[in-house]
Write a protein that binds this ligand. Structure first.
Ligand code: HEM
Length: 511
């Protein structure tokens, strides 16, 4: 970790944290942690002094400081909460904890997302949805990426036509609002198939569900916890979650029934040809009971806004550094002209891969990653004792071991590592390492990152090849909003876009 500033390393090394307030939820957390995440209530057990740094004086001030300055608190080496202890470990601890079952991801989600309330049963470990989702992603979706590439690209074509239009004159679009619609289309095509991926009712649910759950959890947390199991039925925001689940069941159930019926009647015993999550889930279930609608909603939460945030950030970074646009277009043109839109072609887009990773390096989706809760007492190898119930996390920034130049944007950074055997395993967008925690690391590293990478590359191929785009207000670079641990690409930013001629890569090569 030689790249970390001394004061940062010292403070982190001494780890620590604790606080006394209800942490605000943030949308992006919801997304990462399969469905979820929210900030929880942390109970004060004791207030430590970290490296002699005084703790905050008042609860309100501490809460405000966490909401607005969580990143700064990390650099200082501590923060405070209310309902549990949150210890910030140094990045050196990543390898020690990454596969240790005593550091539980599942219990953290369950605890923070009130999994004992029926409306939030997505987060209940006993529903087994997280395990199912991981199996579908790692055993079926990732190995099938080559089979869904053309479908996704075809959907990207239709979605861009609708949201960025074929207008060859400059016109304004809302960057994030259009990107989320495009991603909802591509993802739903793979998760549910062509029937629902263009259904406006489903698209609204898959986009809005995360926020609905977020509002529901926050509304219920305003009540004392001993009343949660009674009052949830009467809290409008929680009722809305249940209504949305019912709407999703109404839309998805007939599609599932139809596919299942088709799947069962294959005469030759071969596998049905559906390439979607409905089919894959039924294959990997292996006797496990699961609710397919909740699984779909879990996929929506885990994937939609995280990927949207990354693509939006990349568009902002391209607008800030337009000199990358021509080299990226040239790379796309060379590769797609040679082999069309295929999985292996996307893997050859090395500058694009490097640019994506650099965007994520500079602005990961959260400033504290690998958050876990301890299910047993643990003493770390450096002697630090962590009692059961402690929450931990590891800062995600600065994340890359690149000497002193950690802050400046360099889209070639990871491309320049090609040929360096020591970086070969970590330079790819989908690689995880202690130095780059954008997707976590270890046994809970994001299992959707291969799909996300594929999807983002397809979207960028369409955006760069078919459109010119720039910030509508060029004098003001979009910021990222730090809300609690979440780092969010600024919403509401307008882009000017116009359709280019299709001379360079013709339609047939894109989908
Ligand atoms: C750019 C987009 C994405 C980002 C930045 C992202 C980031 C993350 C992060 C940071 C974690 C937690 C890792 C940890 O704590 O160690 C995570 C977990 C997870 N992500 Fe993603 N993710 C993205 C896209 C997706 C997509 C597209 C899917 C599904 C299709 C997905 C499904 C999951 C699941 C199921 C988990 C839980 C893993 C477990 O329980 O072990 N993610 N993601």
């Amino acid at each position: 970790m030689s790249h970390l500033p001394d004061h940062f390393r010292q403070r982190l090394n001494s780890r620590l944290v604790i606080t006394n307030f209800i942490i605000p939820a943030t949308l992006l957390y919801l997304i990462h942690r399969f469905g979820g995440i929210l900030l929880a209530q942390y109970r004060l057990r004791r207030l430590p002094l970290i490296n002699g740094t005084p703790l905050f004086g008042s609860t309100k001030k501490a809460k405000q400081n966490f909401q607005l300055n969580a990143r700064g608190l990390l650099k200082d080496g501590f923060t405070k909460t209310d309902d549990a202890r949150v210890v910030i470990l140094s990045p050196e601890s990543v390898n020690e904890i990454r596969n240790d079952n005593r550091f539980s991801f599942t219990h953290l989600i369950a605890q923070e997302c009130l999994c004992y309330i029926p409306a939030f049963r997505n987060f209940n470990p006993h529903e087994g949805l997280n395990d199912m989702a991981k199996d579908v992603l790692l055993k079926r979706l990732t190995p099938s990426l080559s089979l869904v590439t053309r479908d996704m690209s075809e959907e990207a074509n239709l979605a861009f036509q609708e949201h960025w239009t074929d207008n060859t004159e400059w016109h304004e679009v809302d960057a994030k609002a259009t990107v989320v619609e495009i991603i909802a289309r591509l993802s739903s095509r793979v998760f549910l198939g062509p029937e629902l991926c263009r259904n406006p009712e489903w698209l609204r649910i898959t986009i809005d569900y995360t926020m609905t759950v977020f509002h529901g959890i926050m509304a219920l947390k305003k009540w004392p916890s001993f009343l949660h199991r009674i009052v949830w039925r009467f809290v409008p925001e929680v009722r809305r979650v249940n209504e949305q689940i019912a709407e999703a069941v109404r839309l998805i159930r007939p599609v599932i029934d139809k596919k299942m019926a088709q799947g069962k009647i294959l005469p030759d015993g071969s596998k049905p040809a559906h390439l979607d999550v409905i089919q894959w889930a039924s294959e990997v279930a292996d006797g496990r009971r699961y609710d397919p609608t909740l699984l779909q909603l879990g996929f929506s939460m885990a994937s939609m806004h995280n990927t949207t945030d990354l693509v939006t950030q990349i568009l902002y970074d391209l607008s800030a550094h337009p000199s990358y646009i021509d080299p990226l277009r040239a790379e796309i043109e060379t590769v797609l002209t040679e082999e069309g839109m295929t999985k292996s072609a996307l893997a050859r887009l090395k500058l694009m891969d490097s640019f994506m990773k650099e965007s994520q390096r500079i602005k990961p989706s959260e400033s504290l990653g690998m958050r876990r809760v301890l299910v047993e007492d643990v003493t770390l190898s450096n002697g630090v004792f962590l009692p059961q119930g402690t929450q931990i996390g590891i800062p995600t920034t600065p994340t890359t071991d690149v000497g002193n130049e950690t802050e400046s944007f360099d889209g070639y950074r990871f491309l320049n590592m090609v040929g360096d055997p020591s970086k070969e395993k970590t330079r790819h967008f989908v690689s995880t390492s202690p130095d780059h925690l954008g997707f976590g690391h270890g046994k809970h590293a994001c299992p959707g990152r291969f799909f996300a990478s594929h999807e983002v590359k397809i979207i960028l191929c369409h955006a760069l090849t078919k459109y010119d785009f720039k910030l509508a207000v060029p004098t003001r670079q979009p910021t990222s909003l730090a809300l609690g641990w979440a780092l969010i690409a600024e919403p509401g930013v307008r882009l000017l876009v116009k359709r280019r001629s299709n001379r360079s890569v013709n339609k047939a090569k894109l989908y």
